[in-house]
Design a protein around this ligand. Structure first.
Ligand SMILES: *Cc1c(COP(=O)(O)O)cnc(C)c1O
Length: 345
């Protein structure tokens, strides 16, 4: 049967009822791609969960189909988030589908136009406030006290529920849970949700074990590793440039209950993994996504184990980063001889 979107597919595991209007773009069902060269490098069976294949290009769609469907059930007409990245793109898309207004509050100055382009073309009302990101988030959190508006930032509990379905898909594809699950950590909703999904499928008898949860922050934005808030987080991996994660406790629980680790990787390690994924496995992901593979290459795994690395977003979200990583093509004369010479054939 054709894929119906993750709410219909996993209805029994989600807090929805017959009264919930399902707002879907047929998210989920993303590829679990074997990674033969990475497997050889680390001596294990490595798979890549390609979350960039979701409708707006990141795993945020999984959470947003739930958040917007529940908002619709509550009669919401307006949703709001503070985001300069993938959350705003997903919120804009699902809100448009539901006929709702989507407001996006972004801080002054630091606008990544490439990512915001999605939210803008999808019709979001983007408000650039004269203030920083924390002020934008404070305003977003307080908005429901003043008007009938639903917040779809990471504090919205339904997002974790939608995001956990990626673990269900992994277990179905492998026939069991993997031994290790590597994932980037920003606000830590993603690692919290993956862990919830694994636990629920184990409890339902759909798997025989849980993986070790291996979360990786960027070295310049590693509050969980450092065990304190980072006031000015810095990393090229903008999707995980978070100094005070909303789901901090969820990440700690995932680590401790699974016997995993939360560690950090440098921007250089992230970029090396980002390039390796493209050249060795033909996957163009976001820099933040490559933190999972950078983590795998840093800490390694037991020989022969089964490993899943979550690749959270599509590389086309951040084309400037890709272009900064390669040699700009040089012009050649329009002659066959010149072209054959350049190609070395
Ligand atoms: C949101 C996001 C992350 C971080 O996920 P958290 O739930 O905030 O930890 C990582 N990569 C991409 C591409 C994202 O959009």
């Amino acid at each position: 049967m054709a894929w119906r979107g993750l709410i219909e597919e996993y209805r029994d595991h989600l807090p929805v009822s017959a009264q919930t209007p399902v707002v879907t773009l047929l998210e989920g069902n993303t590829p679990l791609l074997p990674a033969p060269r990475l497997s050889e490098m680390v001596g294990a069976s490595v798979y890549l969960k390609i979350e960039g294949a979701n409708p707006t290009g990141s795993f945020k769609d999984r959470g947003m189909t739930m958040a917007i469907s529940k908002a619709a059930e509550d009669g919401a007409k307006v949703v709001v988030c503070a985001s300069t990245g993938n959350t705003s793109a997903a919120a804009a898309a699902y809100a448009a589908r539901a006929g709702m207004t989507c407001a996006v509050l972004i801080p002054d100055g630091a606008i990544a136009l490439g990512k915001l382009a999605q939210a803008l073309i999808l019709g979001a009302k983007v408000l650039q406030i004269r203030g920083n990101f924390d002020q934008a988030l404070d305003l977003v959190r307080a908005l429901p006290n003043h008007a009938p508006i639903t917040v779809v930032n990471s504090i919205n509990p339904y997002r974790i529920e939608g995001q956990k379905t990626a673990s269900f898909e992994i277990i179905e594809a492998l026939g069991d849970a993997p031994d290790y699950h590597f994932t980037p950590v920003g606000n830590a909703g993603n690692i919290t949700a993956f862990w919830k999904g694994y636990r629920e499928y184990l409890a339902a008898g759909r798997s025989t074990k849980n993986p070790k949860m291996m979360g990786f922050q960027a070295a310049g934005a590693a509050p969980i590793v450092l065990n304190h808030v980072v006031e000015k987080p810095e990393t090229i991996a903008t999707a995980i440039r978070i100094g005070n994660p909303a789901s901090w406790q969820g990440a700690i629980a995932a680590r401790d209950e699974s016997g995993g680790v939360i560690d950090s990787v440098t921007d250089d390690e992230i970029l090396a993994a980002y390039r390796l994924l493209a050249t060795h496995e033909s996957v163009f992901c976001e820099p933040a996504s490559a933190a999972s593979v950078a983590g795998l290459l840093k800490v390694g795994v037991d020989p022969g184990s089964t490993v899943v690395c979550a690749l959270t977003g599509n590389g086309l979200k951040d084309p400037d980063r890709a272009i900064s990583q390669i040699e700009v093509p040089t012009a050649v004369d329009a002659t066959m001889g010149e072209i054959l010479k350049e190609l070395g054939v």
